[in-house]
Design a protein around this ligand. Structure first.
Ligand SMILES: [Zn+2]
Length: 303
């Protein structure tokens, strides 16, 4: 991996400006830095209140970033072969993801599940063990190979638009998207593609790092791999806009269970000034409590 300053130079050369998901470019820059001190510009949309990266990794450089830099930058100390890491991920899948994701499934559903961005497929293990037909999709050759070898799962490398091929259309009763949507350059396109993979009564489980769930690690929350910083309100607004209905949610941990409602609602850009105001209020409330108050306390010798 390139060292941090070389990587920063590389990213500076491969950055691009982007509009908000609502299409607006009217935005407020936020006082936020990247966790790795790499250049990103986080903005709050003044049309819909969504917080997003207004200048970040270009679409053409993104695959290279994930192929050459992402794992080293984020998981340098984590080894997928590490037994403790493996057990921790399997425990989380069995105790957190699986119970919530299956809580609204009808007993007579076909029990076909897919995970988009499955890595080595840890989340799919409890489904497979409970008799589901489980399929995982990911871009990472090594993690996919590890999951096939160690868990005996049906994991597939994504090449081209494979996941939207005819065989996947309407094929799944449940799709898992766990901490993936915030990485997408175009989350609307990702949700629409996954929606096409759902059966008529299919459900979509989404796990997100919500902005209101930031704890004291303000510094760690914002980073170059995340293009979107949803709140529960902004995510639910987007989901409704794309024709989903929220079946259930656990905003305290960023989990949502959606199904298709069959019709789209107004563009989130038409959300109105109250949503923009509440987004500004929420962001600066967090900014004050996580960044400014500790800094003032230190200044006063109370920290
Ligand atoms: Zn917007």
């Amino acid at each position: 991996m390139a060292d941090r300053s070389a990587l920063r130079d590389l990213l500076d050369r491969h950055s691009e400006n982007r509009p908000c998901i609502c299409g607006s470019t009217t935005r407020l820059p936020l006082p936020v830095e990247d966790r790795h001190n790499l250049g990103i510009e986080v903005c709050l949309c003044l049309s819909c209140g969504h917080i997003y990266v207004g200048r970040g990794l270009s679409e053409s450089f993104t695959p290279i970033f994930y192929e050459k830099h992402y794992r080293d930058l984020y998981y340098g100390s984590e080894d997928r072969e590490d037994e403790a890491v493996k057990q921790r991920k399997l425990k989380k899948a069995a105790e957190i993801v699986h119970p919530f994701a299956t809580s609204r499934q009808a007993d007579d559903s076909g029990r076909r599940v897919a995970e988009w961005g499955c890595s080595s497929g840890w989340n799919l293990v409890p489904f497979r063990d409970a008799g589901w037909t489980a399929v995982g999709f990911d871009y990472d050759v090594n993690y996919v190979a590890f999951g096939i070898e160690n868990f005996g799962l049906d994991l597939r490398l994504v090449e081209g638009g494979e996941h939207t091929s005819p065989e996947n259309r309407g094929a799944y009763d449940l799709i898992i998207l766990n901490h993936v949507l915030e990485h997408a350059i175009d989350p609307i396109q990702m949700l629409q593609r996954l929606s096409a993979m759902l059966s008529d009564s299919g459900q979509l489980y989404i796990g997100l790092p919500l902005i209101e769930n930031m704890d004291s690690s303000w510094y760690g929350h914002f980073h170059i791999a995340h293009n979107h910083y949803f709140s529960a309100a902004s995510f639910e607004r987007l989901a409704r806009h794309l024709g989903f209905r929220v079946l259930d949610s656990r905003p305290e941990v960023g989990d949502f269970l959606l199904t298709r409602a069959g019709r789209e609602t107004k563009n989130p850009a038409l959300a109105g000034p109250m949503e923009v105001f509440s987004s500004i209020y929420a962001f600066y409330g967090l900014w004050y409590s996580h960044r400014m108050r500790p800094a003032i306390a230190r200044r006063l010798g109370q920290g």
